[in-house]
Design a protein around this ligand. Sequence first.
Ligand SMILES: NC(=O)c1ccc[n+]([C@@H]2O[C@H](COP(=O)([O-])OP(=O)(O)OC[C@H]3O[C@@H](n4cnc5c(N)ncnc54)[C@H](O)[C@@H]3O)[C@@H](O)[C@H]2O)c1
Ligand SMILES: O=c1ccn([C@@H]2O[C@H](COP(=O)(O)OP(=O)(O)O[C@H]3O[C@H](CO)[C@@H](O)[C@H](O)[C@H]3O)[C@@H](O)[C@H]2O)c(=O)[nH]1
Length: 437
Amino acid sequence: MNISVIGCGYVGTTTALMFCELGYQVVAVEKDSKKLAMLQQGKLPFHEPGIDSLLIKHLHRGSLVFTGDIEEGIAHSKIIYITVGTPSLPDGSSDLSFIEEVSRQIGAAQNDYKAVVIKSTVPLGTVDKVREWIGKAQKRPLPVDLVVNPEFLREGSALYDTMHPDRIVIGSDNPEAAETVKQLFHSMSCPIIVTDCNTAQLIKYTANAFLATKISFINEIGRVCDAYGANIEEVASGVGLDHRIGPHFLRAGIGWGGSCFPKDIAALINMGNNNGINLLIVQSAQQVNQDQIGYFIDRLEGELHGLNNKTVSIYGISFKPETDDIRESPALKVIAEVQRRGGTVAAYDPMVFDKHPELKLPGVRVARNMEDAWKGSDCFFLITEWDQFSKIDWGQVMQEMRTPLVLDGRNVLDARKLRSLGFRYYGIGRKTGIIHE
Ligand SMILES: NC(=O)c1ccc[n+]([C@@H]2O[C@H](COP(=O)([O-])OP(=O)(O)OC[C@H]3O[C@@H](n4cnc5c(N)ncnc54)[C@H](O)[C@@H]3O)[C@@H](O)[C@H]2O)c1
Ligand SMILES: O=c1ccn([C@@H]2O[C@H](COP(=O)(O)OP(=O)(O)O[C@H]3O[C@H](CO)[C@@H](O)[C@H](O)[C@H]3O)[C@@H](O)[C@H]2O)c(=O)[nH]1
């Protein structure tokens, strides 16, 4: 069977490869000519572990073809997946312009029946708009079914998550179309939930909002730990052993970022507002997350008695390890806030600057290596827990920093060791405790 995928970013490329692995013939459409040229040559325009080798495998086999010609993509199959971006607008609502563009292109290129499957995360009600955009662009009335099949992959483990999902969610107002899409996954063993479009979309938003709220909640408890000298990791593991709560997404730190949580939480709040529903819990989770940057920087400013003439070394720019994605990265917010309060910044990331040579961070000294960033610095500030930061020679750091201050935005460094070496070390909620200190 043939499948077309439109939009070859993190989700589209992974989805295309997942379908190739399941045995389908895939045509993937990308409009960005630079990205397209790379993909056609078997090179990934972004970093995602494990995807590179699969890309080459399926290009060689001919099971995957990349094209910039949307008409070729539409003609290739009856099942068209939409995987374009849905970024935030300033009011928190979703920018559906990419979805609209693709919908109109589908309608204009259509010459027979299509099942259009929206994998992008889109607000409830979007399906009706897509149906209208497609219909208006059709040269003559042609049948189209709309299905939503939201994606739950995490960057950094995209391939694994797509090949081993906890569940697959399919929403459609037409049971036959839903069944067609369900059959695509017949070889997968996870639960498949078939429901209506709005319910399927709300499963996606609720999952992201719940996970983000879990993190904000533990971050807030981390502040209570700081106030009373309790240990947040022991609190989290003690609480997480309760099966009703579970151990995941209870790692306290500088807060959540990325291309999904911030925008999806904003979109959910916006959907509530549009209907007179004040989503208090989700709004609070968002607020706690915004405040978390200030919580750390207040500590930094206090420890250094002001940031004027102080240099802060930022370790990790991507929003999490094993990705080059900097969308809504906490590091960028920390840099802006340090600069706003008068400090200067040196930054190191093992991936981001190599992958994005065009990236400009005004006023920031980009370090060539880890050592270069801490030399003469007043604070080692870890934002992203790249594995290599766990192998640092802290004796050398102590020799080469101007001020022996370490802020650990991910609670991953060895607090006891750093303190015994003479560093002033702060994570969140890590003053005491016996497991990690
Ligand atoms: N990134 C994730 O971890 C993740 C996980 C789950 C869901 N999602 C959702 O999936 C969607 C896509 O996210 P992403 O991170 O892959 O986005 P992305 O920005 O990385 O990729 C989107 C791609 O679509 C291309 N595109 C846009 N319009 C096009 C058109 N008309 N024709 C062909 N190509 C076009 C863009 O050039 C870009 O390469 C979003 O709605 C997002 O919320 C993302
Ligand atoms: O205990 C935790 C777990 C995560 N994070 C942070 O939360 C953010 C998001 O992390 P993660 O969820 O691992 O990454 P994403 O790739 O953004 O994935 C989320 O967003 C995707 C897009 O919607 C969904 O598909 C995934 O299911 C959902 O986990 C990152 O900044 C992490 O550092 C924490 O601070 N503490």
